[in-house]
Design a protein around this ligand. Structure first.
Ligand SMILES: [Zn+2]
Length: 167
């Protein structure tokens, strides 16, 4: 079984204000999975440079919404969760924007899901499909904008205007 890597960041919950344990923030990413040989360190600490992180590793791990330009910082829509909110049965799954500058994990910040955030992100985790596109726009729209590669044509983003704030 693959052990997923996670982002080591003390994210602050927008609902209850708790600062998540950076090692228990519900994040997970498959960007290190392509590496053929152990040792496998699942902790992606803020500022960590991943020397052999190739662009295809991010492309494989996420759904591409639009390709980053050469040398541009890569923005990824991710999710994380808050334990106290989970325990209290409040909504506990949140969105966040992860930024890689080259091979360096530059930042991760909680963000409300907005049209501007979707426009800005080059990649997104599967939750975008499962929690947003499918339930809000339906399977026909999902099928129409899913490319053969499994990536998404970003043409679906304006269709979310009735459901998401612009920014
Ligand atoms: Zn919380």
């Amino acid at each position: 079984m693959t052990k997923l890597a996670y982002f080591v960041v003390a994210l602050e919950c927008p609902t209850c204000g708790t600062r998540a344990d950076p090692h228990d923030n519900g994040t997970q990413t498959a960007i290190l999975d392509y590496r053929p040989c152990p040792p496998f360190d699942p902790r992606i600490e803020l500022g960590r440079e991943i020397p052999d992180l190739e662009p295809f590793a991010i492309e494989d791990a996420y759904i591409m919404l639009h390709a980053p330009a050469d040398g541009e910082a890569v923005h990824i829509l991710e999710t994380w969760s808050c334990r106290p909110c989970n325990a209290a049965k409040r909504p506990y799954s949140f969105w966040a924007e992860v930024v890689f500058e080259g091979r360096r994990f530059a930042s991760m910040a909680p963000r409300p899901l907005t049209l501007a955030l979707l426009d800005r992100c080059h990649f997104a985790c599967q939750s975008l499909v499962l929690e947003v596109i499918h339930p809000l726009l339906g399977v026909e729209v999902l099928t129409k904008y899913t490319l053969e590669s499994g990536d998404m044509d970003p043409g679906f983003i304006p269709l979310l205007a009735p459901y998401l704030p612009p920014e």
